[in-house]
Design a protein around this ligand. Structure first.
Ligand SMILES: Nc1ncnc2c1ncn2[C@@H]1O[C@H](COP(=O)(O)OP(=O)(O)OP(=O)(O)O)[C@@H](O)[C@H]1O
Length: 626
């Protein structure tokens, strides 16, 4: 006998195995979906090679997945005629965790079995889930184009053994020695049920071989007859017409391609026939994928050419902001051997992509109009990626602006720009918004006072990307979009009457005094038209980032950039300002000047440069009034 080579699992593998066994025990049946999907991937890979690579062209290719059941021995085998694995592949694919996704999986595990079992498919810990139902697993595999086969054996505890083996054709056979938990799958009825549930639309036929009891009428007893049946539909379901498909069909396919066990929110199925022929089926998951905000997110759209799987990790299939979309693009016009490099500038794919984005955005718009409550569920998960689209997808800006929802001073919950437009006052020139800070900070900002007083709506943009995104968006249709913390926005509110002019003249000496006191900490000191109850506020110039944005840039390491100074605005009608106007330029007036500035900074959520000096001033002023 050949000596077996005993190898240890990478530490993470052992850790993962333990976690899987303990946290996913409530859904052990998913092991079968995972193994079948691995077989299907292996068949896709081999089919691709036989079509595109000269050395594999003449290889016989009989794609199938075979399940074999031995009830007596309590073993279940899952075999495929796919690409197979050689010794090195077995060690690296089944003995280590090479993929960063799996490490993420480990970090995300919560111990809540239901939640964790939803994670498993997203992070590709698939194979190991079989240890939930087996106390020993053998994998016999032969790689396409190679002569030798190998047997990998493990009890899922410490490590695995590898030894030479035999296999007639390329492919992989996985033999599960079922444990107590797994015994329920040593039953043909149960197996068929699980295959139908998860793997019905796998593009390859899945056969089940088992001993069927058949009634022997002559001898009046039941015989065991070895039977092989196809147990899945094996159709590329997306190629059928919509009228043939039920909601259940769509949901099943979604679950099998996404690894998500929840139903999708909606799906959009399109067949294009004309200069280009293709089918797309896109799904919106009901919950945002966990890696939505990770640079290394997993692509959710698979590319097929004439029903042949090509790849599922091409980030160019849809724009990045639609990375939460799951589904399939199946083209008749692309070459089968389309390479990744070609994909990037391929005209066919560019057209499909452009049309797909339009389709998705149009369908979302329809849902927003016809099923507003359902749309809200969508927005709760995906408002932010849509905003990213505003930044990157210039061509669809108008459509995206219609889809995004906003918090507002006028209504509870979220609102659309179309609704804001209907609420505009007769003389209102622009739609206003405020950015930079938490919702509560923004809602209490002195900058909103005049808008409140005049009954004008202001949108509360409290998402950290809002300022970057919306500073680039100047209009909604014909209407200007304006940030209330920009200096020029108050032009809209200006009072041009002669009385107002006189008042401004009278304020000039005070403004100059303040400017002299604050020196180079401010760019300018002006009379404000936007304040009602507060004595002062901070505004920024049109082209300059707001104070919060400057803080963010600094936090991101942009320390050298000279930061623009803020402009201080004071409220001419406020009691403190009026008193200051009448006051000689003494020490208290100086303290007051600083405190007008510092309180405006604090209201913006900007920390003070010299808190000690602030407290001394405060105490001097306090001692006069107590
Ligand atoms: N039947 C098979 N034929 C060929 N290779 C296989 C087979 N099963 C597993 N493998 C190899 O082992 C690797 C690990 O499989 P595993 O199920 O753990 O994760 P995965 O399939 O890569 O991830 P995911 O479940 O997210 O698709 C696969 O990527 C593949 O390379």
């Amino acid at each position: 006998m050949e000596a077996m080579a005993k190898q240890e699992f990478q530490t993470e593998v052992s850790q993962l195995l333990q976690l899987i066994i303990h946290s996913l025990y409530s859904h052990p049946e998913i092991f079968l979906r995972e193994l079948i999907s691995n077989s299907s991937d292996a068949l896709d890979k081999l089919r691709h090679l036989t079509l595109t690579d000269e050395t594999f062209k003449n290889l016989p290719f009989d794609p199938r997945i075979a399940l074999g059941l031995d009830e007596e021995k309590s073993t279940l085998t899952i075999g495929d005629t796919g690409i197979g694995m050689n010794e090195e592949d077995l060690i690296s694919h089944l003995g280590t965790i090479a993929r960063s996704g799996t490490k993420n999986f480990l970090n995300q595990l919560s111990g809540d079995a239901k939640k964790d079992s939803n994670l498993i498919g997203q992070f590709g810990v698939g194979f190991y889930s079989a240890f939930m139902v087996a106390d020993k697993i053998e994998v016999v595999s032969r790689k396409a184009g190679e002569e030798l086969a190998w047997r990998w054996t493990s009890d899922g505890k410490s490590g695995f053994d590898i030894e030479p083996a035999e296999r007639d054709v390329a492919g992989t056979t996985i033999i599960l020695h079922l444990n107590d938990e797994g015994k329920q799958y040593a039953n043909s009825w149960r197996l068929k049920e699980v295959v139908k549930k998860y793997s019905n639309h796998i593009a390859f036929p899945i056969f089940l071989t088992y001993e069927k009891s058949e009634w022997n009428a002559e001898e009046k007893k039941s015989d065991k007859v070895l039977t092989t049946e196809q147990v899945n539909a094996a159709s590329a379901l997306w190629r059928r017409s919509k009228s043939e498909l039920t909601d259940e069909d769509y949901k099943e396919l979604y679950k099998s391609i996404s690894g998500d066990s929840n139903d999708p929110l909606f799906w959009f199925h399109t067949k294009a026939e004309g200069s280009l022929e293709y089918t797309t089926l896109f799904y919106i998951p009901s919950k945002a994928p966990l890696d939505l905000y990770q640079a290394e997110y997993k692509v959710g759209v698979k590319l097929y050419v004439k029903r042949v799987f090509i790849l599922d990790d091409a980030k160019e299939l849809l724009p990045q902001y639609l990375r939460f979309v799951r589904g399939i693009i199946d083209s008749e016009d692309l070459p089968l051997n389309v390479s990744r490099e070609i994909l990037q500038q391929n005209k066919v794919l560019t057209s499909i992509r452009t049309a797909s984005v339009k389709k998705i955005l149009t369908e979302l718009k329809n849902i927003s109009l016809n099923q507003p409550e359902k749309y809200l569920e969508f927005i709760q998960e995906y408002n932010r990626p849509l905003k990213e689209g505003l930044y990157g997808d210039y061509a669809n800006r108008e459509a995206l602006l219609e889809l995004i929802r906003f918090k507002s001073t006028a209504v509870e919950g979220l609102t659309s720009l179309a609704d804001v437009k209907t609420r505009m006052q007769g003389e209102q020139k622009s739609i206003y918004y405020i950015t930079g800070g938490s919702e509560s900070l923004l809602r209490t900002s002195p900058l909103l006072e005049i808008y409140k007083k005049k009954g004008l709506e202001v949108l509360i943009l409290d998402d950290e990307i809002d300022e970057i995104v919306f500073s680039g968006i100047e209009k909604y249709g014909e209407i200007d979009l304006k940030a209330v913390n920009k200096a020029s926005t108050s032009e809209d509110l200006k009072d041009d009457s002669p009385e107002a002019k006189d008042e401004a003249e009278a304020l000039k000496p005070l403004l100059e005094k303040l400017k002299a006191t604050l020196g180079d900490r401010v760019k300018d000191v002006r009379a404000s038209v936007r304040l009602a109850d507060s004595p002062s506020c901070i505004v920024s110039d049109e082209e300059e980032p707001s104070l919060q944005m400057q803080q963010m840039l600094r936090a991101m390491g942009q320390k050298e950039i000279p930061l623009p100074k803020p402009t201080l605005e004071i409220n001419p009608d406020h009691e403190i300002v009026k008193k200051l106007l009448a006051r000689p330029d003494d020490a208290i007036a100086q303290d007051a000047a600083w405190m007008l500035f510092e309180q405006a900074l604090l209201m913006e959520g900007v920390p003070l440069q010299d808190p000690a000096a602030f407290v001394q001033r405060l105490n001097r002023v306090l001692s006069l009034s107590v």
